[in-house]
Design a binder for this molecule. Structure first.
Ligand code: GTP
Ligand code: MG
Length: 149
């Protein structure tokens, strides 16, 4: 089963969108296995975004992600990685479709309220990067038989 790392970025927390964003993944039917409010240290932000180090916006990106608390989440489910990316929408909120999180709730790439892993490998890597093993919870939701036949 796939895991994906989803994070409400500091703008989403400051704007009071945490519940709204969590509920979109909850209502879809994915399983929450990790959740915390967290002030991200600079070193962790740099490790998380290491593939973007050469980009001109990288310093601003690190400042943005460390500018206030984030909400870290790990979600599990069949196909959760790609599906979560679709629920989140395009990187540029002005290009993101209405109905997506960024399409409904944001206007600028530099303030796009949420992160989602872009591959199953990165879903595992980022979940392990942001959560200690004891912080993840394996459980069976009561609704499981009503989500999958
Ligand atoms: P994440 O789910 O956050 O990884 O976004 P993404 O996969 O849609 O985009 P990508 O991984 O390419 O970029 C990571 C993050 O860097 C984006 O979500 C933005 O917050 C930021 N970013 C990307 N491109 C730009 C840009 O051109 N300008 C600015 N200011 N920020 C950018
Ligand atoms: Mg990305």
């Amino acid at each position: 089963v796939q895991q994906t790392y989803i994070m409400v970025k500091p703008d989403g927390v400051q704007r009071g969108l945490v519940g709204e964003i969590i509920s979109r993944f909850e209502r879809k039917g994915f399983k929450l296995i990790g959740l915390k409010l967290f002030q991200c240290p600079k070193e962790l932000a740099e490790e998380h975004y290491k593939d973007l180090k050469a980009k001109p916006f990288y310093p601003k990106l690190i400042d943005y992600i460390t500018s206030g608390p984030v909400v870290c989440m790990a979600w599990e489910g069949v196909g959760v990685v790609l599906s979560a990316r679709k629920l989140i929408g395009s990187t540029d909120p002005l290009q993101a479709e209405p109905g997506t999180i960024r399409g409904d709730l944001a206007v600028q790439t530099g303030r796009n309220v949420v992160h989602g892993s872009d591959s199953p490998e990165n879903g595992k890597r980022e979940t392990a990067l942001w959560f200690k093993e004891g912080e993840l919870c394996q459980w069976t939701p009561a609704q499981a038989p009503w989500l999958q036949e």
